[in-house]
Design a protein around this ligand. Structure first.
Ligand SMILES: Cc1cc2nc3c(=O)[nH]c(=O)nc-3n(C[C@H](O)[C@H](O)[C@H](O)COP(=O)(O)OP(=O)(O)OC[C@H]3O[C@@H](n4cnc5c(N)ncnc54)[C@H](O)[C@@H]3O)c2cc1C
Length: 246
């Protein structure tokens, strides 16, 4: 979320002072993208927690939006997903992808109950492969599996991605400050403020509709797991770099 005062970005002076609240996957990416666009911008990331203590560090990081995910319009939702996919694809094409924590990932979705659970209308036309699982592949699911899909997607390991982005931001002259922003008014010396506070926005913006809906994961070493597997009720196993499975 951005809070923009009088000056639109296009008319902003050459070296605006920009604050990014939050150093999770969103904050670090926003800061870096803004540096890409405005080389002379003075970017300061202000965050209470940095890697490894953000929610982003805990996430498995698979690119597979929940089917209820939506922006203000279908077009905007589609654009967000397309742009995000393209952003990660561009990283995947670089030799740094693995060090940045970005990896391609094959994913099976199995269900004993419902064919629709194995579909994802948001990315079926976006990812290179999204197809029904074969009879042979269905045998990899839990006993009683009736339906299945296979898709090719990617995953982002924040434990690598966040420090990498932090390094780029600092190399380009940006600053990483640790601290809690109590109110937007306290940042009145900045030309532009990006709110990337994640769940912290609940208090920063008095947005009491913002509640975490779920999220317990266990990370174990299981280097033999090479694909991601989803079962009913969004249970999953997602492999990562270093042989750690979420
Ligand atoms: C268990 C679990 C598994 C998940 N798995 C996936 C997955 O596989 N794929 C996927 O796409 N998503 C997944 N998610 C969701 C994903 O983790 C989040 O959507 C994502 O990490 C949000 O990133 P963020 O940068 O917005 O927020 P965060 O990572 O929470 O970062 C917020 C930042 O803002 C800072 N901050 C907050 N308030 C303030 C303040 N007042 N002042 C200063 N700093 C502040 C914090 O310290 C932190 O630096 C999962 C989430 C959980 C919990």
């Amino acid at each position: 979320m951005t809070q923009q005062r009088e000056t639109p970005i296009s008319k902003m002076r050459d070296n605006p002072n920009i604050a990014v609240i939050g150093a999770g996957v969103i904050g670090t990416t926003v800061a870096k993208l803004f540096q890409d666009k405005l080389r002379n911008a003075n970017i300061t990331v202000i965050a209470e927690q940095y890697s490894a203590d953000t929610t982003s560090d805990i996430a498995a990081g698979i690119f597979k939006p929940g089917t209820s995910f939506k922006g203000p319009t279908n077009e905007i939702t589609k654009k967000w997903l397309n742009d995000s996919w393209q952003f990660w694809q561009d990283i995947l094409k670089t030799p740094d992808a693995e060090q940045m924590g970005v990896m391609p990932l094959g994913c099976y979705i199995f269900s004993k109950e419902n064919y629709h659970v194995t579909r994802n209308h948001l990315i079926e036309d976006l990812v290179p492969i999204y197809r029904p699982a074969t009879k042979e592949e269905l045998k990899m699911g839990p006993e009683g599996t009736k339906f299945g899909s296979y898709l090719s997607t990617l995953k982002v390991e924040s434990e690598r991605y966040l420090p990498w982005m932090g390094k780029i931001i600092v190399e380009r002259g940006g600053k990483l400050k640790r601290g809690k922003v109590e109110s937007f008014a306290s940042l009145s010396n900045y030309d532009l403020v990006f709110n990337c506070a994640g769940l912290g926005a609940k208090y920063l913006c008095n947005d009491y509709d913002l509640v975490p809906i779920r999220g317990q994961v266990i990370k174990v070493k299981a280097p033999w797991v090479k694909y991601s597997f989803y079962g009913d009720y969004d249970t999953y196993i997602i492999p990562g770099l270093n042989g750690v499975v979420t």
